[in-house]
Design a protein around this ligand. Sequence first.
Ligand code: CTP
Ligand code: MG
Length: 251
Amino acid sequence: MTASSSDPVSARRSLRHWVLIPAAGVGRRFGAAVPKQYLSLAGRPVIDHAIAAFIDHPAIAGCVVVLGESDGWWADTSGYANHPRVHRAPGGAERCHSVRNGLDLLAGLADEQDWVLVHDAARPCLRRTDLDLLLDTLQREPVGALLAVPIADTVKRGSGGRIDATVPRADLWRAYTPQAFQLGLLRRALDHADASDLVVTDDASAVELLGERPVLVEGHADNIKITRPEDLPLAEFHLAQQQNAGSGTVD
Ligand code: CTP
Ligand code: MG
């Protein structure tokens, strides 16, 4: 029997997927003269690796990059600066504000129910297999999903440089990106967080504040976010490993 268009599962399958790349940070913890998303990694800027993971994927309709006000690098550095399916939006004070601005731009291109995959510009090692796993999950999980990795280390809570408690790690995950939500829901969630004066550090947190429970999709731990200088050679190593294994993101 052919699935009818009133079947909610087949209806979800026809929704488009967009990518939103917040890239308006200054990389304070990294401490380079250039924001870390523009540093060179295996021959091209970090942000280009992030975009490359999506842009030629058949499920991706287009991409919005969110750039800082004083960004003097994008136009001259990125190989995607003139790409017809890469659009630009202005950054905000915190990541959540940058994402919110990107959603405003997307609202002119996308439907309320379309999926938005938010992915950090500073995360250049996303594997195609992990992206596909996430996209597959969205077909049956309308509340949204994110890539995440179970915590491997023992976790301590501390104050004043001393341990207060050991936190059982069995249920703890590191939240990675992409994090995927329907445009309308994510916009409502970020507005709600903002109205509550909360600065959320990822998109799922905002959706959680609405009482929803996004799905944790276990991805690979090499999908690191470049945060400090030692992360850059690590990302280069991961990319080389992925290339050798034939699952690289470089097109
Ligand atoms: N980001 C953004 N707008 C901001 C802050 C961050 O778009 N106002 C983006 C960053 O460019 C990055 C992602 O959000 O791609 C994750 O943020 P983070 O790793 O914290 O990057 P920075 O804020 O640049 O780094 P730092 O916090 O060390 O300054
Ligand atoms: Mg930051």
